[in-house]
Design a protein around this ligand. Sequence first.
Ligand code: PLP
Ligand code: COI
Length: 338
Amino acid sequence: MKELDWANLPFGYMKTDYNVRVYYRNEQWGELEVCSEETIPMHMAATCLHYGQEAFEGLKAFRGKDGKVRIFRLEENAARLQSTCRGILMPELPTERFKEAILKVVKLNERFIPPYESGASLYIRPLLVGTGAQVGVHPANEYLFVVFVTPVGPYFKGGFSTNPYVIIREFDRSAPLGTGIYKVGGNYAASLRANKKAHDLGYACEFYLDAKEKKYIDECGAANFFGIKDNTYITPKSTSILPSITNKSLMQLAEDMGMKVERRPVPEEELSTFEEAGACGTAAVISPIERIDDVENGKSYVIAKDGKPGPVCTELYNKLRGIQYGDEPDIHGWVTIL
Ligand code: PLP
Ligand code: COI
């Protein structure tokens, strides 16, 4: 293989050697299959195509200085996929099967795991779709679980550097009692226009308020929000945001650093009080927030006054990356070594 430019990888799809698949038929999950095809042959009436019976996950594998490969919090992703399955009536894939599939696909594509020095990682994308045919709105009786991998660089421009965000009121990504807490494709379809608008206006990403009152912070595109003030890590509690595994990890790390942690509704006005803030997620890692503009209301909440990531964001970022790459002890048992 031509040597890849590991340090300058975009966050995008690249063909690797193999993907792995598990079929659900006759009310049971089958054996793990290894595949080198990039396509999925499917019935035209499959429920994933018509009625959105589609769930995905996102996690990463990291190559350490010691050469070992670490996969971050895969049991948490397995549990979230199971929660999504319950949310849209798909059969739950047992954690052990999920784990087996992830370890296998990473192992099979080991040559695509970026070297330690590049700061890049291998993005793992599990996908579960209803493949059984239905014309009425009902769950399918057949499903396919597939996992592919692709080496990736930073999701937001500049990696660990500050970016501006914009509050979009015009479009909601999810309803208060809808599917926002699940990782289903429909939420992302609903976010496309808001995301495009934010990009067209020159922002890194769109920022959502709660759909009902447009009063509280929900999340930032495909990442959760956190704010820092008075030695406290504050993150929104909402029925319409994805429970981020990165955010959950950062709450623990903040506690380890002696900070208080609050998960509660965060009113928009509170943005003016934060000393630091960030967007966090598997793809985003931590993307420190420079400012959040509320264009319609003529407001701009400037958070990073000097335009640089603050000390708490930096410490959290270094701790998280340290555990992921094996530079810091994995005291919470978050990492699975391949
Ligand atoms: N919010 C949304 C809408 C996402 O798509 C993601 C990405 O997975 C996140 C938050 C961050 O979640 P995690 O940290 O588990 O990747
Ligand atoms: C992730 O962080 O894994 C995401 O899901 C982001 C993404 C939708 C590209």
